[in-house]
Design a protein around this ligand. Structure first.
Ligand code: TYD
Length: 204
C-alpha cells in the first residue's frame, strides 16, 4: 500500500491494446499488494458513462464534443479518481486529457491552448504522474477494431493525425511519458516490461 495515491494514464490511437495492457498491469500491481482502481474515459462513473453513450454514438459539433468530454471528465474526477487517490490507490485510467488534445485538438482542429485550458478547468489542474503512450501504426490498429465507434470509422488519415497529436504532447512534456510499442510481446510480457519502466520513475 502506498502512502499517497498514484495516477497513471494510458493513451494511444485505436487498436493499440491499451485496455488489455492495463488489465495485466493491474493484476501485477494488485499481486504486489497495492490497491488498484482501473477506470476509463469517457466514463468511469454513473453520469460520465451516460455522457459516453451520447458522445460515442452521435455526430455533433466539435466544440459540443469537446465540452461533453470535459463534462464527463469533471464528473469522473469527482466521483472516481479523486476518492481513489485519497485512499492511496493506484489509479490506472484508459485515456484522459491527452486524448482531448490529440482527437479534438490535433485531429479535429480545435484550438490547442483553449483545450489545454478546458482540461485544466475540468481536472482542477490534476495531471498524471506518468502517462503511458502505446504506439501503433494507425492502419494496423484500425484492422483490429471490431464494432468501430465513430472515431474509428473516420479512417487512417484521422488516426494518423491523432497519433501526431500525441507525439506533439510528448515533445511538449517529455518527462511525463513512457512510450511503448504495441504488440511488442504478449500482454503479460508487456505488462512486466512496463512495470520495470514504471519502477524507474515511481516507488511501487
Ligand atoms: P473507446 O471505445 O473507449 O476507444 P478506445 O478503446 O480506443 O479507448 O472510445 C473512446 C473514444 O473517444 C476514442 O475513439 C477516443 C475518443 N476520445 C476523444 O476523442 N477525446 C477524449 O477526450 C477522450 C477521453 C476520448
Amino acid at each position: 500500500m502506498l502512502k499517497q495515491g498514484l495516477f497513471i494514464t494510458f493513451e494511444g490511437t485505436e487498436g493499440a491494446g491499451k485496455s488489455t495492457l492495463i488489465g495485466e498491469l493491474g493484476k501485477l500491481l494488485s499481486a504486489a499488494g497495492h490497491s488498484v482502481v482501473v477506470t476509463r474515459e469517457p466514463g468511469g462513473s454513473g453520469v460520465a458513462e451516460k455522457i459516453r453513450g451520447v458522445i460515442l454514438h452521435e455526430a455533433m459539433d466539435p466544440w459540443t464534443e469537446a465540452f461533453l468530454y470535459e463534462a464527463a471528465r469533471a464528473e469522473h474526477l469527482a466521483k472516481t479518481i479523486q476518492p481513489a487517490l485519497k485512499k492511496n490507490s493506484i489509479v490506472l485510467c484508459d485515456r484522459f486529457t491527452d486524448s482531448t488534445l490529440a482527437y479534438q485538438g490535433h485531429a479535429r482542429g480545435l484550438n490547442w491552448k483553449t483545450l489545454r485550458s478546458l482540461n485544466k478547468i475540468a481536472t482542477g489542474g490534476l495531471t498524471p504522474k506518468v502517462t503511458v503512450f502505446v504506439d501503433i501504426d494507425p492502419a494496423q490498429g484500425l484492422k483490429s477494431a471490431q464494432d468501430p465507434n465513430r472515431f474509428e470509422a473516420e479512417g487512417v488519415a484521422f488516426q494518423t493525425r491523432v497519433r501526431q497529436g500525441f507525439l506533439k504532447i510528448i515533445r511538449e512534456e517529455p518527462k511525463r511519458f513512457i512510450k511503448i510499442k504495441a504488440r511488442s510481446g504478449t500482454p503479460v510480457e508487456m505488462a512486466e516490461t512496463l512495470l520495470k519502466l514504471l519502477r524507474k520513475r515511481v516507488k511501487i
